[in-house]
Structure formats: structure tokens, C-alpha cells
Write a protein that binds this ligand. Sequence first.
Ligand code: 5AD
Ligand code: SF4
Length: 439
Amino acid sequence: MEKKYRIVTYGCQMNVHESEKLAGILHARGYAEAAPEEEADIVVFNTCCIRENAENHAYGNIGALKKVKKAHPGMLIAVGGCMTQQAGAAEKLRKKFPFVDIVFGTHNLEEFGALLDRKLGRKKAVVDVWEKEGEVREEDISFRTSYPNAWVNIMYGCNNFCSYCIVPYVRGRERSRAASAVVAEVNGLLDAGYKEITLLGQNVNSYGNDCGEVSFPQLLRKICARDEKFRLRFMTSNPKDFGEELVRTIADNPQLCRFVHLPVQAGSDRILRLMNRKYTAKEYLEKVEMLRRIIPDCQLSTDIMVGFPTETEEDFRATLDLVRAADFSAAFTFVYSRRSGTVAADMEGQIPEEVQKERIMRLVELVNAQTREKSQAYRGKTIEILCEDYDAKKGLYLGRDEYGRMGYFASGRDRIGQFVQMRVTDASGISLQGEISEG
Ligand code: 5AD
Ligand code: SF4
């Protein structure tokens, strides 16, 4: 009988795509996807450690599998990803959960198949977390699950060491993929009918810095040289490296979405300095201005954090001011989470939870008000949606516009993978509803 797997993913799109790679490895070994965990021969946890709650969530779910495994003695449990890559984490995990069979890290994720083979040949658990980055692999091993959208890594790791962030410790230094390999992968996906490609890297603007041949804007131009309709996105850009050449590249190439994710984190210069972000609020806003001057219809999203050590009410108000001034169309908001091993974890002046909670509520309120206001501008407009799914409960198709805004519509035909023109009929919520002409 066919063996079945289940992958549980935590964290960002980088992790979602890495789970597609793990799925590819499992498919190559004859496994098929299992619906409920109880039916799986192997359950893989692809973890995240960027904030404490992501970590707690994973710990809780791994713990809950102990009983399930007891009832299914042949079941294998594997834990990998950012959490296991932290110093001492693999040992801690083994102690806490002795029933886990395989522990691997981010650096040897692509070796997962070999680890699984090793485990199948013995009783003892296989624990293998590399301290150093593995070689950059160029072949596409993913089993993709998000048609018509596809993710493509252009680089791995991060060199920025923002003082709050664990990523540089668990994902190592920046390593770029060869431009020719990225272009070939994107072309292969477009040939296969994918319509929206998102290039992934912790800081895409430093693409190529480590190998020096092709810069990020040049890479984008190479991809856009293919003269056909598709959407190209990228994330994430660090504002300190975000420049005019990139903006002009977006302006010149219709495939590039007029939408940039530019995490600001905070609006107070003192906090930005303590975060080691290497820009001021004024410099950030100047970049936003430059972007809007060159591409007037461009929209922005961001990441913002509250409650960083020593953040005062005045610092926090500077963040609110910046949110108003930058006029984001979407923002991911976070409460600062103390990550052991980072510079900020040892700073004096950690902020009490009640203060953090109060600030995040005020921030979310402002962000939601801005997002709703942006929805109003959609009233009566016709927008282009790339249909990505069908919501059986609602009986409606759904997809996103160029700016990432979700739109729902009815259709008598399968629309997944098609660009449709949708006339917006309801813009009262964060997602839109509309009608398409079936002609
Ligand atoms: N606590 C809270 N949020 C964090 N982020 C990164 N590290 C932390 C942390 N320790 C947020 C940043 C980043 C996003 C991916 O996660 O805003 O841009
Ligand atoms: Fe973390 Fe900063 Fe690197 Fe982003 S740029 S992954 S926030 S260290």
C-alpha cells in the first residue's frame, strides 16, 4: 500500500515553499499526501522560531502527537526547520519528545530524503542538524501546491543582524543562486502554466552581492524579457538597500506588480538605531516618496513591531505617525518577542506585556482603518484578478489583484489559473466581492 505523509508548516512563505521541497522529496520516495494525521506514515513538522508563539505552537502540536503515535506504532515523526537550527535546540527537543524519529535543520533540509532512508534502516532516532550552511542546490525538487502561484528562492540566509532577529543565526549567511538557474526555474514554471511567480529571499536587494555577476534589478529584467503575461513579485526588501534602479525596473516591466513589501519595523530613529536597521524614518519616507513619484499607482505593505526594548510612548507615537505618513495598504503587525541569542534579548528595558498589548491594539486599529479606507477606493472599479482557488463554502472563486487584494466572484466555469476582469460590487470589508462577465 502507498505510504502517506503529512507536513505541518509554521511561519513565513519561505517555510511554506521549503515544505514544498520536503513534499517533493517524499513524493520521490513514493509517499502520497495524507489527509488526517492519524493516517500518515510520516508527519514532518517544518518549524519557525521567529517569535515565541510560533515556537510554542509547534511544541504543543508535536507533544500532542505522542498519543497518536502510540496508537499507530509504525508512524515516523520528523522535526526540522528554523527551530531545530538554534544552538542546543535539537538536544532539548529530543529530551522533551523522545518519540521524535528524525531531527534536521534548515541547512540540511534538502538532505531529508537521505535522513529518512537512514531512519528506515534502524531503530534509533536520526538527529542531524548541520552547523554550517549546505551547498546552494539549483535543481527544483518541489512538489508545488499553490497553482497558479509559485515561489522561487533566489537566495538563502541573511547578513543583516537586525538586533531582534534570530534569522541570521538559523539560516546562516547570504548565498545567492545562479541567475541562470533562477531564470531557468521561472521559465519552466511559466511553461507549465504558472501565472504568478514570487521570488524569495530575506533581503532580495542584496541578491548577487556574494557572487557579483548579476544584480537584483538585472535578474528581474532577465525574467521579464519573456514577452508574455504573468505576474512577478518579490519579497522581502530591506529599506536600507532599496533603490531607484529597482523602482525603475518595476516601472519599465509590466509583469512586475506595482506593489512592494518594505518592512519599516518602527518609526522612531532611536529604536531603529537600536534595531540595527541602518535607516531613519525620514530616509524611509524619502524612499516611499521616490517610489510614488516614479510609479504613482504603486502600493506598499510593511512589517511593524511594537514593544521593542526601551520603546517609550513617544517612540510608539512616532511609529503611528510613520504609518499615517507612508499610507500603507497592508501591514503585518507584531509584538516584539525576545529571542535568546540575539543582541536585543540582552538589552535593558524589556517592555511589560500589558504595555505591548495596549500598543499593538492601537496600531492594529490604525492599520485596519487605513486598509478599510483603501477598500473604499475600489468601489465601482474594474480590477484584474488572478483566480487561484474555489471556496466551496461560499460557492465563489477567489483570487488577488496586482496589489494582493483578495476578490471573490461567481462563475459557471472553472476559472482557476485565469486572469479575469472583475467589477467590484462590494468593498466594505478587507476582501472585495465582484462580478465578471462570462463572455
Ligand atoms: N519579534 C517580533 N517580530 C519579529 N520579526 C522578526 N523578529 C521578530 C521578533 N523577535 C518580524 C519582523 C520581520 C518579520 C518577518 O517578522 O517584523 O520583518
Ligand atoms: Fe531578520 Fe533583519 Fe535579516 Fe529580515 S533583514 S531576516 S529582520 S535580520
